[in-house]
Design a protein around this ligand. Structure first.
Ligand SMILES: Nc1ncnc2c1ncn2[C@@H]1O[C@H](COP(=O)(O)OP(=O)(O)O)[C@@H](O)[C@H]1O
Ligand SMILES: [Mg+2]
Length: 292
């Protein structure tokens, strides 16, 4: 197993997200998915080897499969940039993307009741102000997927907002378009993964403006942006086994870390088991092994 790639250093202006290093090439972006992993809005001190390649290749699979206009221009480093990466560290984890004007909302779609949705429902009977039937259990399937947008906070927690708030910020037409297209992608995603044994419980999409149109940006239907559950083990009334970060969150929960100070180093077993889960999700969804 290769070492985790935590930092990249290329000679272009860089913006660093929790996971991605985004370089401004002038008229386009170079986006490198590193092996950093975050949980509870903190980036962990050590990474998950190959995670960035897995996320990038899975997003590319979805961009190709969904048939929705997206930001990818090139799925590999062009030769002029590959020359800056003699060790090949950036291979498989880099894309050239259209520079979009990011819509400042995360488009969250939930088909099942878990996480902050479940906590909200237990308290209020609603999820983000959307009333739901009484008596639902943790991880129950919702009759229709619901759209629960969140603001993209520059720092700290993203905050759930009502659809009305999104409408007043973006206008009704744009908000409606984002909602309908996001729900359609969630449903299409599930139609594809369900026969392959994976339930997508919920997901977060990002959109951007490009030449007056809304295009899909960032990452799509990955274990970082979604809850993936093994379909044959789904059983409402409890937490589900999962292919995503849930495993890491559970580990962190039982360490006693307060989530307000730098997180602890992850033990080797947590790193390798997290890596196995990400790889399994990739292989099960795409039906192929991760390209070398
Ligand atoms: N095509 C694009 N145009 C402009 N910004 C983009 C594009 N694709 C992704 N981004 C932005 O690049 C950043 C990717 O880094 P990431 O590590 O995912 O950030 P975050 O910590 O916000 O999740 C995000 O801020 C995302 O909104
Ligand atoms: Mg992101």
């Amino acid at each position: 197993m290769a070492n985790a790639l935590l930092q990249t250093h290329l000679p272009f202006p860089k913006r660093q997200g929790k996971v991605r290093d985004v370089y401004d090439l002038g008229d386009r972006l170079l986006i490198v998915s590193t092996d950093r992993i975050s949980a509870f809005d903190w980036v962990m001190p050590n990474g998950i080897p190959d995670k960035g390649r897995i996320l990038n290749q899975l997003s590319l699979f979805w961009f190709r499969t969904l048939g929705v206009e997206h930001h990818i221009l090139d799925d590999a480093l062009p030769p002029s940039l590959a020359a800056l990466d003699p060790a090949g560290e950036l291979q498989g984890r880099s894309v050239i993307a259209r520079k979009a004007q990011v819509v400042p909302f995360e488009c969250v779609i939930r088909g099942y009741l878990e996480g902050s949705g479940w906590r909200d429902y237990k308290k209020t009977g609603c999820v983000c102000g959307i009333p739901l039937p009484t008596g639902l259990r943790q991880c129950d399937r919702l009759e229709h997927p619901i759209f629960t947008p969140a603001t993209k906070a520059e720092t700290g927690h993203d905050e759930n907002v009502s659809f009305e708030m999104m409408q007043s910020a973006l206008g009704t037409d744009v908000a409606m378009e984002l909602k309908e297209r996001s729900v359609a992608i969630y449903q299409r995603g599930n139609e594809i993964t369900r026969p392959r044994g994976i339930v997508i419980a919920d997901t977060k999409l990002e959109w951007g403006w490009f030449e007056g149109r809304l295009i899909l940006i960032d990452e799509v239907l990955t274990p970082d942006s979604s809850r993936f559950w093994p379909a044959d083990r789904w059983q409402p009334g409890r937490a589900q086994p999962s292919f995503d970060k849930q495993f890491l969150r559970e580990f962190l929960d039982q360490t006693g870390w307060d989530k307000n100070s730098p997180p602890p180093e992850l033990p080797e077993t947590i790193v390798s088991q997290t890596r196995e889960r990400y790889l399994a999700a990739y292989e099960q969804i795409t039906g192929s092994t991760l390209p070398k």
